[in-house]
Design a protein around this ligand. Structure first.
Ligand code: PLP
Length: 457
């Protein structure tokens, strides 16, 4: 299809003059003369205004599960907009797609997670969780149980509550004070913190940090523990298999709510509908967003366990929480259609049994590269650790900044969108990706590492 005739120079000028992009060094954005203008996308490729096709190994921002250019999703939005574009859920009201989506998601969640609360973004879902968990304990007559334990280098969004709950050092260095009543424990990052150790023992020790923190805070003050099944933004940190079952057992021992932040891991990313299902645990609250609508429209949700719903229902008063766009009919219609596509194309099973294992095999080959310390993946999420000395976890730490950024920029020039997290590259391609496209991801990363070698040395 022909590209529209964009005036790229003019758009970039306006971008510098009027637009502040998310999570950016704004001085740098000005100095480079504005953003790369992404004009269209199809399948697993994004296209920029200069006519470059870039294989999108990030699926946007971990979200475009069904790939780009899905007319069915556009039609679902169009039809719903004509029927009922918007209505709220504040006035004892709800729309058909909202109710249908709640029912559909509760079925996918399984177990006792039979209710769903809607929001628009992952960060809003996290705010809902903080408020709901604290209100739950208050309603149960234990208002002192308000402390929420999360992890260092975990990511739970960018609102003040999401950033407080997350354990991102760079975020915490800017714009405090933060929401009180939040504690952080170590993360289960084997490559970084337990290099060469037995993964099972490392996983158990990392989980035991939760028990230590609970005892330090006082169990009667702890409301919940939250974690991403696999930390995404922190660098695709896949915990050893001993980790989550032990965390769950500790939560149960002290009667603490277990929260799975499935914003990235949900909707098939790990080869199950939800990330917590891969690790075989039963959370009380689950946040989800991104892949829920493949990012075509903003929508997020919180899955809520029956025992929490019972308490909410017994209060005899409003839970004074909710958003203008909670249960947005058009976003819900798109999410429903997105889930239907995922089911029809068997994308979750395909990720588990076909493309996920294929990516893992190709990552194993990439791990042989002299600059790669580890190449790990689970389902269709993965990371490549760049090291200065093969066989170690030693990083470059060079004057040009983290190695990840240098290699990422070369990857983009070579036609591949990946993300840099410190000295690693991370990826989470659309679940529709083909074996050939997975080959391209791995080949471009290998080539880009070769090309980066002189700059890294
Ligand atoms: N939780 C996790 C695990 C995430 O990865 C993200 C975003 O990347 C969020 C929450 C916040 O989602 P949003 O950016 O939609 O607010």
């Amino acid at each position: 299809m022909a590209l529209k005739n964009y005036n790229v120079a003019e758009l970039r000028r306006l971008d510098v003059e009027h637009h502040l992009a998310a999570q950016q060094d704004h001085g740098m954005m000005r100095d480079i003369g504005g953003a790369r203008i992404i004009t269209r996308a199809d399948g697993c490729y994004i296209r920029d205004a200069e006519g470059n096709a870039i294989l999108d190994a990030m699926a946007g921002l971990w979200c475009v599960q069904v790939g780009y250019g899905r007319k069915e999703l556009a039609s679902a939005a169009y039809e719903q907009m004509l029927e009922l574009p918007y209505y709220n859920t504040f006035f004892k009201t709800a729309s058909p797609p909202t109710i249908e989506l709640a029912s559909k998601i509760s079925g996918l969640l399984g177990g006792n997670l039979s209710h769903v609360f809607f929001n628009s973004s992952g960060s809003e879902a996290i705010d809902t969780i903080i408020r709901m968990a604290r209100f739950y304990w208050q309603a149960k007559g234990q208002p002192e149980r308000h402390v929420i334990i999360a992890r260092e280098n975990g990511y739970h969004g960018s609102t003040i509550a999401g950033a407080s709950l997350g354990g991102m050092r760079a975020m915490h260095a800017q714009g405090g004070p933060w929401v009180p009543g939040i504690e952080h424990i170590r993360q289960p990052y084997l490559f970084n913190d337990g290099f060469g150790e037995d993964p099972r023992a490392f996983g158990e020790a990392a989980a035991d940090a939760l028990e230590q923190k609970i005892l330090e805070v006082g169990p009667e003050r702890v409301a919940a523990f939250i974690g991403e099944p696999v930390q995404g933004a922190g660098g695709v940190i896949i915990p050893p298999e001993t980790y989550w079952p032990r965390v769950e057992a500790i939560c149960r021992k002290y009667g603490i709510l277990l929260v799975s932040d499935d914003v990235i891991c949900g909707f098939g990313r790990l080869g199950q509908w939800f990330g917590f299902q891969h690790f075989g645990i039963k959370p009380d609250l689950v946040s989800m967003a991104k892949g829920m609508s493949s990012g075509y429209l903003p929508i997020s949700a919180v899955g809520v366990a029956d025992h929490i719903v019972e308490v909410l229902r017994s209060v005899g008063d409003d839970f004074v929480h909710g958003y203008t766009y909670s249960g947005h009919p058009t976003a819900a219609a798109v999410a429903l259609k997105n889930i239907e596509i995922m089911e029809n194309e068997d994308l979750v099973r395909r990720t588990r049994e076909d493309t996920g294992p294929y990516l893992a095999r190709r990552m194993a080959a990439l791990a042989e590269h002299p600059l790669v310390g580890e190449a790990r993946s689970l389902g269709l999420i993965g990371a490549v650790e760049i090291v200065s000395k093969k066989g170690t976890n030693q990083r470059f730490g060079g004057s040009e900044g983290p190695a990840g950024r240098i290699v990422r920029d070369i990857c983009i020039t070579n036609g591949l969108m990946v993300r840099a997290v410190r000295d690693s590259l991370v990826m989470s391609p659309p679940l529709t990706i083909s074996h050939g496209e997975i080959d391209d991801i791995v080949d471009i990363i290998a080539k880009s590492l070769d090309e980066a070698a002189p700059a890294l040395a």
